[in-house]
Design a protein around this ligand. Structure first.
Ligand code: AKB
Length: 320
């Protein structure tokens, strides 16, 4: 039985992934690593929660020793928009945090490390449509720079030390449990909340901005499927493209309007437009499909129906 530590358990993906892993492997086998945010009741009631800052090597080591951790999922990261406001912080958390995780995993001969990457590894000179698995990686954000370096570092630990490190390039992730923070793709979550609360939304990217996106159930499935894949069958390790859907902001708004005909949208692009413009429209994920059977389930309208249902429920309960 694995003993898993999820660093960044209070975040958008970490919060849901931790709960799912606890259902799969038992609450006591999955430690929620939280830095500042108070853990939700669900997190603190279903298993151990510990303060973990990947930059604090001694603190990290003491949690690893206390729970005999053999698998680390490092979800802690400074995302693209916050990273542009504070590039040094993005470098510190995303790079120094990562190398601390890889080093402790190497020292303890851990079973596995999962290190997420992002479509932010691509840049303006990368082909935008159906972006290949192997292509130009020249990002123009600090977040993207750290994600390219993170992929290379993870691959280095695989080759140099035989450590099992895996990672996937998440597109924009859309969910209704925990809000994302500091990303460029956050508009694709905010639109649903604002539609339910105010029936209108002012979008910070232009209507024709098209990006690869994925609904949380598919994100969790991709993460678990990659973790469970046979290591000997993987030709790639830390850099899998994973696609699910691709839509423009205008198409997203049209999907909301189908279910809420009175919904109105306006567009006021800000500095995040430049970041979005440097990323692909869609990705070619055939390597993930071939090497570990990746197959998404949700399309835009199915996601919209589920997002609006869940957020309306929260709204009716007075939770938002
Ligand atoms: C961001 O917008 O920064 C993230 C990402 C695509 O990695 N959601």
């Amino acid at each position: 039985m694995s003993k898993i530590l999820v660093i960044g358990s209070a975040g958008q993906i970490g919060s849901e992934l931790t709960l799912l892993l606890r259902e799969m492997y038992g609450g006591s086998n999955v430690v929620a690593g939280i830095r500042k945010t108070k853990p939700s009741d669900k997190l603190s009631e279903t298993g151990p929660c510990e303060v973990v800052d990947a930059l604090d090597t001694d603190g990290l080591a003491s949690v690893v020793n206390k729970y005999k951790i053999d698998t680390i999922i490092n979800m802690a990261a400074i995302l693209s928009a916050t990273g542009e406001k504070n590039p040094m912080l993005a470098w510190d958390v995303n790079m120094n945090g990562l190398i601390n995780v890889l080093e402790i995993a190497r020292e303890h001969r851990m079973k596995q490390v999962l290190v997420p990457s992002s479509i932010a590894v691509f840049g303006p000179s990368t082909p935008v449509d159906n972006t290949p698995q192997e292509t130009v990686l020249k990002p123009t954000t600090m977040y993207g720079v750290t994600k390219v370096a993170g992929e290379l570092l993870g691959d280095y630990y695989v080759k140099r030390y035989g450590l099992d490190v895996r990672g996937l390039r998440y597109p924009g992730i859309i969910s209704h449990e925990t809000l994302p923070g500091g990303g460029t793709t956050d508009y694709a979550v905010a639109i649903y909340y604002e539609a339910v609360k105010n029936n209108r939304y002012t979008c910070f990217v232009k209507e024709d901005t098209r990006l690869p996106m994925m609904y949380m159930p598919d994100c969790l499935k991709a993460t678990i499927d990659l973790m469970q894949a046979d290591f000997s069958k993987l030709r790639h390790h830390c850099d899998f493209n994973v696609g699910a859907m691709s839509f423009s902001a205008e198409e997203l708004a049209a999907s909301v309007k189908k279910q809420m005909p009175g919904f109105e949208i306006s567009y006021e692009p800000d500095s995040r437009q430049d970041i979005a413009d440097s990323w692909p429209n869609s990705v070619d994920d055939s390597a993930a499909r071939e090497e570990w059977g990746w197959q998404p389930e949700y399309d835009l309208d199915a996601m919209t129906a589920d997002m609006l249902r869940a957020i309306k429920e929260k709204h009716d309960k007075g939770l938002i």
